[in-house]
Design a protein around this ligand. Structure first.
Ligand SMILES: Nc1ncnc2c1ncn2[C@@H]1O[C@H](COP(=O)(O)OP(=O)(O)OP(=O)(O)O)[C@@H](O)[C@H]1O
Length: 236
């Protein structure tokens, strides 16, 4: 793939005491791709994306984003240069309406037309009809969609989604897949996902983590056919 690299991690490492949560990971994201991060529970996926977005400090190794070394950049500055991690950074305010949650995200980047952009973000994730509900009253799956909408409202260059389809019905998963396909190549998407149907259907490339290390990177077909991945994760 002769693509432009948006993000590049080298020898990225984060241990917790003796536990090697992320252990020397080399990782590249091509601009405009949908890239899935998979692996068994505890493989280090959430820790890895937390290092990328700055929620957890890096112990060693480096991260470059759009040509800039961001290894030590604080999380809020990473948001400003275009990295949005839906699950952690844009936490939902349960006692505000769905609309106001989105409006806060739109406002935070100083958008010119707050109301219109807020509705556009709601429309995009299919939550427009629920705009006036309190966010805390949404179903779990819809709260995850609200997080995605808040991430989108930030207009990031990189959207990191941590298990976005958890709690969604099958019809909603289909709508979610369309949504993600619609944001690339304008945005780049990094997706932590346990639902293998979603991963295989949506991702152009997949990275498999196991015990904090990269077990394999490749296209869905390559990953499916990889014997090490099958025994560690896909269960043959
Ligand atoms: N703050 C922390 N302190 C100590 N150990 C941690 C901390 N955060 C994560 N860990 C440990 O690091 C390892 C990797 O966890 P992580 O949550 O990154 O895995 P994961 O691949 O995202 O798992 P899951 O699929 O279950 O979400 C686990 O053993 C976890 O218990």
């Amino acid at each position: 793939m002769a693509a432009v690299t948006l993000l590049e991690a080298r020898a990225l490492t984060r241990h917790f005491g003796g536990l090697r949560a992320v252990d020397g990971v080399d990782f590249d994201l091509a601009q405009g791709e949908i890239h899935a991060l998979i692996g068994p529970n505890g493989a280090g996926k959430t820790t890895f994306v937390s290092l990328l977005c700055g929620r957890i400090p890096v112990q060693s190794g480096s991260i470059r984003f759009a040509g800039q070394d961001i290894t030590r950049l604080p999380a809020h500055r990473r948001v400003r240069i275009g990295i949005a991690y839906t699950f952690q950074i844009t936490a939902i305010y349960a006692r505000l309406t769905v609309r106001d949650n989105i409006a806060l995200a739109v406002q935070s980047r100083g958008a010119a037309n707050l109301a219109a952009e807020t509705m556009a973000a709601l429309d995009r994730v299919g939550l427009a009809a629920r705009a006036d509900m309190l966010a805390g009253e949404l179903s779990y799956g819809h709260q995850r969609l609200l997080e995605v909408a808040m991430g989108l409202a930030l207009r990031p260059r990189l959207l990191i989604l941590d298990e976005p389809t958890q709690g969604l019905a099958n019809s909603e998963i289909d709508a979610f897949k369309d949504l993600v396909r619609g944001v690339v190549p304008e945005m780049t998407v990094l997706l932590i996902e346990h639902n293998m149907d979603v991963v295989m259907d949506l991702a152009q490339r997949i990275t498999v983590l196991n015990f904090g290390q990269v077990l394999a990177t490749g296209t869905p077909d390559q990953i499916r056919a990889n014997p090490a991945v099958q025994s560690a994760y896909l269960g043959g």
